[in-house]
Design a protein. Sequence first.
Length: 129
Amino acid sequence: MARQHTRNGVARLNSNGTLDSSFANPNVTGGVVNAVAVQGSSVIIGGTFTTVNSNGRNHIARLDSSGNPDSFNPNVTGSAVNAVAVQSSDGHILIGGNFTMVGGTGRNNIAEPILTASSMPSIPMRTML
């Protein structure tokens, strides 16, 4: 009988398709994960969820290389982040979905949270055309 592991929302697999047990269960609750992107050794997830590992994360979170959420918390107001992309040139994150605010700034459906050295708590927004 195969060994079973519980993973809520996100799991990382080894190149042979087996579960990478060094990546913690991020325990994503309050919705589902709709999008995943890699940023260096971190993973950005977007969706309809509201909590990651008992930390409030509205619709977007960044997981470190161990699978734990870091301080990145742009607090998206709306119902979902459906797309996440990381620009290869500068590592900036682009998000798309059904939302009206990111980090307290009005952004309708597309935004780019600009990361600071401390990764938050205030999130300046780059104007998008």
